[in-house]
Design a protein around this ligand. Sequence first.
Ligand code: BTN
Length: 255
Amino acid sequence: MPDKLMNIPKNSLLGNKIIYLDKVDSTSDYIRRELETGEITEGTVVLAGCQMKGRGRAGRAWESPPGGLWFSVLLRPRLPIDAMALLSLVFAVGISRGLDRFIKYRCEIKWPNDIYLDQKKLAGILLETSVSEEDVYLIVGVGINVNIDRDELGSLSSMAVSLCDYSSAALDLDSILEIVLQYMESYYLNFLHQGFDEILKEFKAVCLHLGKRVEIACSSRIVSGINVDIDSMGKLLVDTGIDIEKVSAGDVRVL
Ligand code: BTN
């Protein structure tokens, strides 16, 4: 276990236990397997030096070489299913605020939860949930490009950035994890106790495309128009010129 992570307060929820693995297929898959044996507790963080089969949203692969922060957290929120969906936005705000502490610039968010810096993707979040009578769990998988060379970003280098390109100081993965977990916890608890209103205001303030022309690939159609708002259920409102469409899932392209 990396030493700095011993600083995480013992009464914290996120990171009350940290499992460090040099190499794993995917930290989220590791948690899933542990859930089957029933031996993993809420708040456990699984952190990997690198992932061989990192997964992104929409079934995409997630490049996870050494030098990045690749981790997943197990939570058990007792929330209605529509409130669960908001957690995607809640963690995006929390993580981007945590990362702001390490750079001169401000991170932005592409809905629902891609974290951008200088118009390129810095970090991604993958939420996987199961809600049944027997069990409720949420696995929050977080990938942050921290000290990754442009070469290692490979074909992604025109679309992705690494935190080290924007910081004059050397970046230490453990310190970043410690701060990011603190922010994730603080936004998560705020959401559970105070609701979504204030977090939504923060989301809108750093949203990459609010007020801009967008094209959204939804499962069966493309919605294009001006992204005029985000509603209290976290849905994007798009003025298509004909009507206002509500979008609850899809990939946003900012035009
Ligand atoms: C995305 O933007 O598409 C989401 C990327 C999420 C990547 C993280 S890295 C840690 C965790 N394990 C995975 O396999 N994926 C998530």
